[in-house]
Every structure is written in structure tokens, then in C-alpha cells.
Design a protein around this ligand. Structure first.
Ligand code: SAM
Length: 176
């Protein structure tokens, strides 16, 4: 049983998708293949599929994936560990509330991001939402600065997360 299974009996456990996420993907002219790493109940995956993105939802929670499939049959659902999932063929890689960079996870999560940056194809976009924390954001930005490849920053700002009564750091980078 995955850790989040018990939470996903509650509808919209994480609330609604951020308005800024929706606006970003609505204006992003190039639809394409999108992988939502740690897709949860699909609060992001479902509206993105409706917009015309070819969405693959990856999560360890079979409960979450079943909810996604039930609401959006066109989304491909994959029960897998994001640490071993191959992102190299996707146009867009989305990570929402997946990274925290707490001390115990910092090395593992840093390597995950580095690997994604290395493996994603030229022109692919990584979109990440991280709970506001100067320390964690510094770790993330440092990984991007030290990456083997160059990235253009498409978004780098704070957004409100009313359900959590907090702000999130919204980062989108495109591989040159
Ligand atoms: C905080 S929730 C965020 C869910 C979704 N991204 C959202 O914002 O609504 C994190 C999700 O990542 C999944 N997850 C955590 N570690 C994972 C891993 N190593 N591989 C795959 N999924 C994982 C959990 O099962 C959970 O559904």
C-alpha cells in the first residue's frame, strides 16, 4: 500500500489545480507529450489532458491512478517509481509538490532533478512546483545552474496555494 492511498479516499485531497499552472499550459502553444511525475489524484493531469496534452500519469499509488483513469480514460497511467522512470521521450515533465529537499531527501532528490535535466530532450520543458522555502529553492536553482546543459527560464515566481494557506515556487525551464 502506498503512503497516499489512504488520503485519496477524500475527493480533491490537494484541492484545485493552481490557476497559474492552468494559464501556463493554456498559453503554451506547443501541445505534446507530458509526463506528470507523482500525479496523485490527477488534479493537474486531468485538466491538461482536456487541453489536448498527451498525458502520462506516473505514481506509486494505485488508488490515485485508478481515480485518474476513471475520470480521464485517455490519460496513460503508470504505477512506477519516479526515480527509475524514463523521461527522455517527453516534451514536458511536470512535478507538482514532489520535491522538498528536506535534509534526509536532499541528495536523492537532487540526483533525481539532475538526471531529469540530463535525460530530457532538447526543447523539452521541466515544470516544477515547490512549497515556498528560500533554502529549497536555492538547492533547486543551484542544480539547474550546475547542469551539464543550458536552460532558458520560462517561469520563476511565487504563486498562491489557497488550500494550503501558503505560497509555491513556480519554475519552468526549457532545455536549449
Ligand atoms: C504531495 S503528492 C502530489 C500529487 C500531485 N502532484 C498534486 O500536486 O496533486 C505526491 C505524490 O507523489 C507520489 N510519489 C511520491 N514518491 C513517489 C515515487 N518515488 N514514485 C512515484 N510516485 C511517488 C505520491 O504517491 C503522491 O501521489
Amino acid at each position: 500500500m502506498a503512503a497516499y492511498d489512504k488520503h485519496y479516499v477524500k475527493k480533491e485531497y490537494f484541492g484545485k489545480p493552481y490557476a497559474e499552472l492552468i494559464a501556463f499550459f493554456e498559453q503554451y502553444s506547443k501541445r505534446g507529450t507530458l509526463v506528470d511525475l507523482g500525479a496523485g489524484q490527477g488534479r493537474d493531469a486531468a485538466p491538461l489532458a482536456k487541453m489536448g496534452y498527451d498525458v502520462t500519469a506516473v505514481d506509486v499509488s494505485q488508488v490515485g491512478l485508478k481515480l485518474i483513469k476513471a475520470s480521464s480514460p485517455y490519460i496513460k497511467t503508470v504505477q512506477a517509481d519516479v526515480y527509475t522512470f524514463d523521461v527522455s521521450e517527453f516534451d514536458i515533465i511536470l512535478m507538482d509538490s514532489m520535491l522538498h529537499f528536506y535534509s534526509r531527501d536532499k541528495a536523492k532528490e537532487s540526483k533525481l532533478v539532475s538526471d531529469i535535466l540530463d535525460k530530457m530532450k532538447t526543447g523539452a520543458v521541466l515544470v516544477n512546483f515547490l512549497m515556498k522555502s528560500a533554502k529549497s529553492e536555492k538547492v533547486l536553482m543551484n542544480i539547474i545552474e550546475c547542469a551539464l546543459y543550458e536552460f532558458d527560464i520560462l517561469e520563476n515566481r511565487y504563486i498562491d496555494y489557497p488550500e494550503g494557506n501558503c505560497q509555491y515556487h513556480f519554475l519552468a525551464v526549457k532545455k536549449r
